[in-house]
Design a protein around this ligand. Sequence first.
Ligand code: BES
Ligand code: ZN
Ligand code: ZN
Length: 467
Amino acid sequence: MDFFTQQKTQTVPIKFIAKGQVEEFVQSKPKGLSQKLINSSFKGFKKDVFLHYSNKGELQQVFLGLEDKLSLYQAAFLVERLKQELSSKYLNTCVFEVVGLRALHDIKAFYLGWAMACYSFSMKSIKPNPKIPKLFTPNEKALSYAQSLYTGIKACRDLINLPANKMGPHDLEQQIKDLSKSLKPKISVIRDQDLLKEKFYMIYAVGKASPDRPRLLTLEWGKKSDPEIALVGKGVTFDTGGLNIKPGQWMALMKKDMGGAAHAFGLALAIMKAKLPVHLKLYVPIVENAIAGNAFRPSDVLDSRKGLTVEIIDTDAEGRLIVADALTYASEQNPELIIDFTTLTGAARVATGYDLAPFFSNNEKVELDMRHISQMAEDDIWPLPLWEPYLKELDSEIADIKNLGTGRAGAIHAALFLQEFLVNKDIDWVHFDIYAWSQNGRPGHPKGGTDQSLRAVYHYLEKRFSK
Ligand code: BES
Ligand code: ZN
Ligand code: ZN
């Protein structure tokens, strides 16, 4: 993490002036600085940034506004501003230091926001000169927090951003193994025909048309005596739609259809790095939804690990099939909590747009706490209902259930479909239907693959399972 340094050199201080206290502050300062501050539009609001240069044009200090609580996005916003305003040559020689923050949660937020804004992804053979503002990070607790979470966030974003020719099923398995190696989890993989032996009929059916074979990866970490939590991620490395092929404009972004897997794994990395006291199990069904003579078809009836028969109405509603088999498996182990991450439906985007992730839970308290903690973590998520009456819209004439609902509530249908595959409906379960992509780019979330809900869930787990 080349944007953090622990070497104390000459630093440019970053200071805070609270809203409503600008005048008071100005009175106590030398004329030159106070005049400049007065002339600027700086009012102490959280979006206010003021860079103070000496008469020789050297950057001397940075001022940020402060409302009731520091926002992680203030650090991100500042990094964007520094990248715009300062040359990469200058940024290479200069180290920033945040001063005057007392509360540990503020320092943690500042460090993490800084890191998130420094993320970039490029496959250019000649890398553009990166602009990486450096932050002095003497607070060890905050540093280790930011490093744990950023490690997960970076892995999540990188995996999404890599195109499908570099991130097929084989590659995704390998990346998960490589990136987690130093943390020594137990990893096992069931591949290809073995999926049928183990009754993962739907994972096999969706992935069978690709030469890069379907698989189910399981990662286990932590003490068996700690509470077991299961993470599940949709790992469709490319979604052509299958025989119900997507039009080009809808297919264009479908390298990100393993975004759920990237989230579940990124979160697992953060949990392992931070050593949260949980017995972690990660399940990643990995397939490419490809087109070939042996592809599954609309009207096929699939068996499932749960034993339910599933009529295929649309081969493009493939994510729920592979995640359903994985959810059955995860719930057979009877964990305390199951959380799945999926880029499951276009309908979820219609409901909450690109930047707000909808989620579902069968436990009201979990839902309420998740939502509450997501606000504290500045990673907003929004509940949608598992509305039972729509379940009948998934009724099939010839099988137990069909993979596409007849009404319009696409995101709810998909969630209700998944719920049917838990072996025990009393297990606490949370389902995310995320976009996993920053459409226009915003501070802390550069354009491209991005994390949504990962930090929210991390903080939920940290709070619920801390000893
Ligand atoms: N991966 C897509 C969902 C998706 C599309 C997520 C665009 C994010 C952006 C999923 O597999 C899919 O194709 N869903 C279809 C289902 C439909 C055919 C029933 C959808 O939501 O359009
Ligand atoms: Zn699809
Ligand atoms: Zn998909």
